[in-house]
Design a protein around this ligand. Structure first.
Ligand code: GLU
Length: 331
């Protein structure tokens, strides 16, 4: 019989692995320098919670991550989860793209075991750093039975978020993470309290397994603004197979951009209308006649997460636009 749950903590860098010259450096510091063992050694309160096994998979700021890093992280987490003696996984991660990696894991892992992605806004060396508490809370969440079957979770600032919804919404404050429909729950004094569960399909119920993914199709994002030039469509990478158009308001497309986007669609590019507002839904056949133009809409997903979902959907349906559209309403 086990004394405590077995949790694997995988380090990838970020501010949680950062160090400033002085404790007053809350926003200016060196990222990705502390190993996962050094980070944990500074939080002795974690030891009684679980048997912690550590791995240093990467040591880089998450702004540098590409699709290769997503695949590498996903495959390693999947391998670790297959070990019957492992009860859950924690991934320490830079906060810049934490929501993208977490969403990718949420859609591609095939396990009900808790997977918690955690970072911090201030390095462990800073005054009032959130690193220790966030990691301590992440372990509390990973060992709790209520966390099973909820997909990938992001723990920050005493809140538990579903990977589907969470977004980094502030560049420096501790309360940086928000989910449009609210967090799933809190962590209070090391005890998770859930108030709701993810309703869209994830992990066991998706059509993708990380073990079978070896490459991801290229999807670009174009961000709309008042004077956006029609040449922007030509600047999309020639090997891109999909384009998330982060339009103004309800996924609006300036009149001068419509013709080049339609031409790109005829050439085989999947065009998905999203919104740069960060909240709300994009209505199909609302601002644009999507049926006529063969365009897609994101439902409510943010552009950076729509990119993850479109890459996965295209990996199983490279050409079938109705199946791609269905994925946005299902996940
Ligand atoms: N470079 C960091 C990153 O990996 C900055 C943000 C952070 O970790 O808080 O995303």
């Amino acid at each position: 019989m086990r004394d405590k749950p077995n949790i694997v903590v995988i380090g990838t860098g970020g501010t949680i692995a950062g160090r400033g010259e002085s404790a007053a450096n809350t926003s200016a510091y060196e990222c990705s320098v502390l190993t996962i063992d050094e980070i944990l050694a500074a939080i002795p309160e974690t030891a009684p919670l679980a048997n912690l096994r550590t791995e240093q998979l990467l040591q880089i700021g998450s702004e540098n991550f590409d699709n290769g890093h997503l695949l590498k992280i996903g495959k390693r987490v999947s391998e670790v989860l297959k070990d019957d003696s492992v009860d859950g996984v924690i991934l320490t991660h830079g906060t810049d793209t934490i929501e993208e990696t977490a969403y990718f894991l949420h859609l591609t892992l095939k396990s009900p075991k808790p997977v918690v992605v955690v970072g911090s806004m201030r390095p462990p060396s800073a005054m009032s750093s959130d690193a220790s508490l966030n990691l301590y809370d992440a372990i509390s969440v990973a060992i709790h039975p209520d966390s099973r079957g909820k997909g990938t979770l992001v723990v920050a600032n005493e809140e538990i978020h579903t990977a589907r919804d969470v977004m980094k919404t502030n560049s420096f404050k501790l309360e940086a993470f928000r989910s449009p429909y609210g967090a799933l729950g809190y962590v209070v004094e090391g005890q998770p309290r859930y108030y709701r569960a993810p309703s869209r399909d994830h992990t066991m119920k998706t059509e993708w397994s990380i073990d079978e993914l070896h490459a991801l199709p290229k999807v670009d994002i174009v961000y709309a603004y008042g004077a956006l030039d029609e040449d922007v469509v030509g600047s999309v990478a020639s090997d891109a197979r999909g384009l998330i158009f982060a339009g103004t308001g309800n996924g609006n497309v300036a009149e001068r951009i419509v013709a080049p986007l339609r031409a790109a669609t005829r050439d085989g590019l999947h065009v998905v209308r999203a919104s740069r507002t960060g909240n709300g839904v994009v209505i199909r056949n609302g601002a644009q006649p999507d049926d006529d133009y063969d365009w897609l809409v994101v439902d409510d997903q943010a552009p950076q997460k729509a990119r993850i979902l479109l890459m996965l959907a295209m990996s199983s349906h490279p050409h079938e636009r109705s199946a791609l559209q269905a994925a946005f309403y299902r996940y």
